[in-house]
Design a protein around this ligand. Structure first.
Ligand code: PLP
Length: 427
């Protein structure tokens, strides 16, 4: 079974029309996040894994507090890639014991604050364990602490987002298992292991292989140290999603079934299983609409200038072959545009030549005032917003069945001035 489930373009265009009818802030561009779909994805994860598991949503895929709050309200925890994301989790109402703090660069002050707050921590390396040990005496008993292992299963097909190749900067390499055993013997507070292999560009077999290797190490630790040791196993995020109608990513339920088959101890009683899905939950929940501001024609073809570009779709602008998005032409009333197709380049609003979202796309004729719909923008887009050229982030609207609400107001020029200004008035 493969997971080809995507929001249909008709419902996206309808949401835009409804937002405009209600006088919401949709010009010249607007971002949407479908909260109902997000809840359904979180529900599917809960149903596929054992009932006691903790399912966190990776904040770095989409850090909007209102999005995180909706996830927490339906039972998810949150995975934080920085102390700032820990604070976002708290702002979203997440209880500390459902927050997992992962970062390769935690300072002593970061660790002390995380221990004070009582959030879960995954240490990235052995030196970090030493720092934690110096601090746990000072009231850190409420934190559950794991250790990230790099399973060294090789790079994904997308080099820049690979995290589990032999020399990845993340985790303790599995080849140093002796040092991991020594760490568990030394630090009584060490509660489990953590692994994250990646999502887009990763084969199912690679994800399962990586998790299987780290789980084998955890079982070995438990055999050596007793059944109460290393009780927590955090299997990270993962799973690619469909960005094209022809993509056939694995279904979540097949992934869980394969894990149950290949790594059965994950599903045993006595194991606290944690997941950290980001892209799989969020990518397909997002879509964006921009007005076409100008259409330039020359002997080689047409270029439509949009209000979203490399500021919003950073990965797409720099690595278009790795990061696909589907684009759809709508007329000024947000109805699908028909007519003959001809090559069209979609240019972004920034003052640099690389700010192009699509080159020579087969597209209907466009005029100023038409709209372009961008699909599958819910993960690693807004969270990577680029301040280059200092354009404000458009309003983000939440779609919740038939309802629409503001998740984040549009940034005004004065907000951007404040961003680039000296500070918040501290002496
Ligand atoms: C980015 C990240 C995730 C989420 O990854 P996806 O590919 O979005 O599922 C989970 N855990 C860690 C440690 C990460 O760095």
């Amino acid at each position: 079974m493969s997971d080809t489930d995507r929001l249909d373009p008709g419902s996206m265009a309808r949401a835009f029309r409804e937002a405009r009818r209600r006088g919401m802030d949709v010009e010249p561009a607007v971002l949407f996040h479908d909260l109902g779909r997000m809840r359904a994805r979180i529900g599917r994860i809960g149903a596929a894994f054992p009932p006691g598991a903790l399912h966190t949503v990776a904040i770095k895929a989409n850090p909007l507090v209102e999005v995180l709050r909706a996830a927490v309200d339906c039972g998810a925890g949150l995975e934080a890639a920085s102390l700032e994301e820990v604070k976002l989790s708290l702002a979203a109402g997440c209880p500390p014991d459902r927050i997992v703090y992962d970062s390769p660069a935690k300072s002593r002050a970061d660790i002390a604050e995380a221990l004070r707050l009582g959030v879960r921590i995954n240490a990235d390396n052995l030196d970090e364990l030493g720092r934690i040990d110096e601090l746990v005496g000072h009231g850190g008993a409420a934190s559950r602490i794991g250790l990230r292992i790099n399973p060294q299963v090789g790079a994904s097909s997308i080099a820049l987002t690979s995290v589990a190749d032999r020399r990845s900067k993340f985790g303790v390499p599995l080849e140093q298992a002796d040092a991991v055993r020594a760490a568990f013997a030394r630090y009584a507070w060490l509660a489990g292991l953590h692994v994250h292999v990646g999502s887009q560009g990763c084969a199912l077999s690679q994800l399962i292989d990586g998790i299987g290797r780290v789980e084998a190490l955890r079982q070995e630790l438990r055999r050596a140290m007793g059944p109460l040791a290393a009780g927590t196993m955090d299997i990270g995020g993962g799973l690619p999603v469909a960005y094209r109608s022809t993509d056939r990513p694995p279904a979540l339920e097949d992934y869980a079934a394969a894990l149950r088959r290949e790594v059965p101890t994950l599903f045993e009683e006595g194991t606290t299983l944690i997941t950290e899905f980001g892209r799989w939950i969020q990518a397909g929940c997002g879509f964006a609409v921009s007005r076409v501001e100008y259409v330039k024609k020359d002997s080689a073809g047409r270029t439509a200038i949009l209000h979203l570009g490399a500021d919003f779709l950073l990965r797409r602008a720099y690595h278009p072959d790795d990061w696909h998005h589907d684009f759809m032409a709508l007329d000024p009333e947000a109805e699908p545009k028909g007519g003959p197709l001809s090559p069209c380049t979609l240019g972004g609003p920034l003052c640099f030549g690389g700010d192009v979202l699509a080159r020579e796309l087969a597209f209907p004729e466009l005029s100023p005032g038409d709209l372009v719909l961008i699909r599958d923008t819910g993960a690693y887009t807004l969270s990577m917003w680029s301040r280059h050229c200092s354009r404000g982030i458009p309003a983000v609207l939440g779609v919740d069945a038939d309802d629409l609400r503001v998740l984040r107001e549009r940034e005004l020029p004065e907000d951007v001035v404040a961003f680039w200004s000296r500070g918040r008035g501290r002496p």
